[in-house]
Design a protein. Structure first.
Length: 149
């Protein structure tokens, strides 16, 4: 599940770098690497994204906003509504690309950027060091748009 778990304990930013992209709003459908049907319901308001990721009947809710880190445009997502004792990891970072075929979501690869970073500065430095690494992001999860917001 591409968005199922969060990889990082700390955020990269407390504030948005730009307004949310309204072209991302709507319902998107795709398939996971395991072949399960997945969907993203994205809502935008000002700088904020509200995302519900559903796979196999299980839904996770995220809140996020666009950030800049090491010259990269990313979306910082924070998992909502979970018991903090379940996991310390509640952040993930991704880049999104709109194409004529739909939406591609690339998640920051924890095999390249360590999830063990303890501070924002350490995490940002790790991204900067690996910025040119072709494996910086995971293989994309691809979606096609189902409906508008």
């Amino acid at each position: 599940m591409i968005l199922a778990g969060c990889d990082y304990e700390i955020p990269l930013s407390q504030t948005a770098a730009s307004p949310a992209n309204p072209a991302l709003a709507g319902t998107w459908s795709g398939q996971s690497a395991e072949g399960k049907t997945v969907s993203l319901e994205i809502k935008t308001a000002g700088p904020d994204y509200s995302v519900v990721y559903t796979e196999g009947g299980d839904a996770l809710t995220f809140k996020g906003f666009e950030i800049k880190a090491a010259g990269l445009n990313l979306i910082q997502m924070e998992l909502q509504g979970t018991d903090s004792s379940d996991s310390k990891n509640k952040y993930l970072f991704a880049k999104c690309e709109l194409t004529p075929e739909g939406l591609s979501v690339y998640r920051l690869n924890v095999e390249v950027v360590s999830a063990r970073c303890q501070t924002t500065a350490e995490l940002l430095n790790d991204i900067t060091v690996h910025r040119q690494n072709p494996r910086l992001f995971s293989e994309p999860l691809k979606f096609t748009k189902s409906t508008q917001q």
